[in-house]
Ligand binder design. Sequence first.
Ligand code: SF4
Length: 310
Amino acid sequence: MLQQTQVGTALPYFREFLKTYPTLESLARAQENQILSSWSGLGYYSRARNLHRAAQIVFERHGGEFPRDYREARQLPGIGRYTAGAILSIAYGEPLPILDGNIRRLFARYLKIEQDLGRTGTEELWKLLTELVREPSVAKDIGDFNQALMEIGSLVCTPRNPQCHCCPLAESCRARKEGMQEVLPRVRKQRSSQEFHYTVALISRGEEYLLKQNSQETFLRGFWEFPRVGGQPTPHIAETFRKVHDLDLKVNGWAAPVTHQITFRKLNFHPALVALQSPAPEEHFTWAKPGENDYPISSYVRKILRNVES
Ligand code: SF4
């Protein structure tokens, strides 16, 4: 949950998740729909799918115990070099390094690395850390060592205004010595944000809405959404819905648009309040209360409903 997400945001989800899936077995046996529902609002849903699949593999192939072996751990979905190192060093005391954004920044400053820490620079850091954690004095408390690096990186050697005056590494930090702590690390240009527009059709029947499962796009895959078409509203929108979804609609009005950010994509949704003129095709569609366990929804659907129902 903490990948790309702050602790404060993840904490209530984490607590609720543990209540719903208190054991590895309960997680392994759950349906993907239920997991996505529990995750709904946290975003980056591949994390939830990977966690689910990893729990199933650990349950089926490893007797319910997370593997101690690095190569076996790396074969689990969603377990990369960093996560395997973090779990195995903290849980089992294996002398493995970890390198996340905080630690990369910390070392870029501590060692005064001036080159852009792209892929090659990061590889060199991994090598250096791998040697460092094999030192007996580090290896004997590897879990504490790795956690200390993460904490110093996130709380002391912060992206802006690093707290050098209270940093335990200040004496030997090269960036601090040369007054370069504010300019390092050199940052690559961020991928620019892309903007997308969609028109969605809100078709209600009592408390239920007509929903369609997203089985196409990589983002929001598996979620239930209002039928949507690409682009901003046009006078011919009913015709577009007929072509794309085989739905016969009459537009009665519009609700306030909502925006939703997924990584570099800024998604703008324009909700049309519509009436069905003839029954919806049965395949792919369902009438449901959005958010019910079997029908996980993205938080953008929730935002639209809040606007419509308030
Ligand atoms: S002394 Fe300053 S720049 Fe160096 S590691 Fe500590 S907080 Fe970061």
